[in-house]
Design a protein. Structure first.
Length: 319
């Protein structure tokens, strides 16, 4: 392999980290505020829900499906938490995760057993859960115990220790799940070719159900974090993260067709999205223009992915 080929291979493998470093370097050069501990801490705190919900989405997309309920699951968790945690913190958390697992089971059964298209299944569930969330918590309010905030947002001298540890643990757990477990290998097999996976003895239905249950639970954990962050229940707390989860997953290299990708790339993309919010803020970019930037970013990423897939297919056909 020549030197140029090695460079190309290096860029192809680690492009997302190169983009992250370039973004941080450019932001630090343009604005002195970006070089402060306050900004770095804010990025870490903002990245936690993006990283968690993107992990949930990443798992589902790797199977060749979608989960549109990841954002509303987080919102529902904050709503339930704001109504129940004042009675018993531990039981409230167990109940929230149990409800999440049940909702994930319904999504999984709908997609796997009843063969409902994942987009339609989770879209319908998203609207249903949105209604339930607003019924429980019609507006921002309720109460979250101080103990939860102290635990999930613990900091030392301004540095968010717990959020940083959550990010690291999320990265390790995501990579370990996909690369070191039987379920991880089954996820890639199902996403690559469900029929071939069946011939290998993989229970495709069971894998999909497990993935949707995991997605719902992880999204609810993100919701618990948001509840601690806002110190109240918010019926729309998770709404922005649905879009971010798709952007981070595709930007990180996971193909929309499934079967290809990992969580390390998605994790780096989550940091990019969290950083981008602050960069655009320092540039005095208005909120609606930020949505335009995110939208164009997502469309561009998916478009480039489809172009790469098309080029590969053409090469295979010619070869």
């Amino acid at each position: 392999m020549s030197f140029i080929e090695k460079i190309k291979d290096l860029i192809t493998r680690y492009y997302i980290y190169i983009i992250l470093i370039m973004l941080w370097g450019l932001a630090a050069a343009v604005s002195p505020f970006f070089r402060t501990l306050i900004t770095f801490s804010a990025i870490i705190i903002a990245a936690v829900p993006i990283a968690l919900i993107s992990l949930a989405q990443n798992l589902v997309i790797l199977t060749g499906n979608f989960d549109l309920t990841v954002g509303v699951m987080a919102s529902l968790a904050t709503a339930i938490a704001s109504e129940t945690m004042t009675y018993n913190l531990a039981l409230s958390i167990i109940m929230i995760l149990g409800i999440a697992a049940f909702i994930g089971l319904i999504n999984g059964l709908g997609v796997a057993r009843f063969k409902i298209d994942s987009f339609i299944m989770t879209l319908g569930m998203m609207f249903t859960l949105t209604g339930i969330t607003y019924y429980i918590r019609p507006s921002t309010g309720g109460s979250i115990p101080k103990e939860l905030r102290d635990a999930l947002l613990y900091s030392i001298n301004g540095f968010p220790v717990t959020p940083f540890l959550i990010l690291i643990l999320t990265l390790i757990a995501g990579e370990m799940l996909l690369k070191r477990t039987i379920l991880g290998r089954e996820i890639y097999a199902v996403g690559g070719n469900p029929e071939s996976a069946k011939l290998l003895g993989i229970n495709v239905e069971r894998v999909l159900i497990k993935v949707y249950i995991l997605s719902a639970i992880i999204s609810s954990i993100a919701g618990l974090y948001l509840a601690a962050l806002y110190q109240c229940g918010k019926p729309d707390a998770g709404s922005p993260y649905l879009f971010d989860s798709f952007t981070a997953t595709f930007m990180g290299g996971t193909l929309v067709t499934g079967g290809v990708g990992d969580y390390a790339g998605t994790f780096a993309a989550s940091l990019i999205i969290a950083s981008l919010v602050h960069v655009l803020g320092y540039m005095n970019v208005s909120v609606w223009h930020r949505f335009i930037v995110k939208g164009l970013l997502l469309v561009s990423i998916v478009g480039i992915q489809q172009l790469i897939i098309l080029i590969k297919r053409v090469k295979e056909w010619k070869g």
